[in-house]
Design a protein around this ligand. Sequence first.
Ligand code: 3PG
Length: 217
Amino acid sequence: MTSSIEHKQQQIEATLRLAPVIPVVVIDDARAAVPMARALVAGGIRAIEITLRTPAALEAVRAIATEVEGATVGVGTVLTTGDLATALQAGARFAVSPGVSPRLLDAADDCDLPLLPGAATASEAMSLLERGYRHLKFFPAVPAGGHKLLGAWAGPLPQLRFCPTGGISLATASDFLALPNVICIGGSWLTPAAKLVTGDWAGIELLAREAAALQVT
Ligand code: 3PG
């Protein structure tokens, strides 16, 4: 039997609480996956989102899931119902989507992989709440209205907790993390393409350490 939405919400909550920041990774070479993930974990970052935007993504998920102790690996940029099944098979423990479609939500109900669905408006957030989602990605966080918009939802939508992602940096992270309805944030700045290409694992560990030290209120 498939896990209930409530059970999957508890799993997502536990993942989002692992660290203040979830790195959003675009990986071109799966061989970089394991050393990158080890560097992130060494720096205190334990949930890692590998976006399904490159052919190397699923192999990277597989490698991290089997080889990196302390890492909770998930997939991002989930767009189709098939993405959920392949991600689960590869060893992903959570999935993130930039938005939702009715078909994707139906597939998520029938799949054991917990989904963090994206919302950019109060109406989208309310529709997801109706389907049992209390944890949402706020995307694209800065272009959609930033911390002021998200903070304004805390009053009328107190049941919801968000992982804002899109346009956030170390310098602006605290604006979001200070909000009562933010559980953690997502960002790509922890794993810059240049560091992945050159194998600068010490540099990635340092970025992870800075992010892990951010205060969540
Ligand atoms: C994405 O989907 O690329 C994420 O939202 C990351 O956004 P960022 O590159 O602005 O951190």
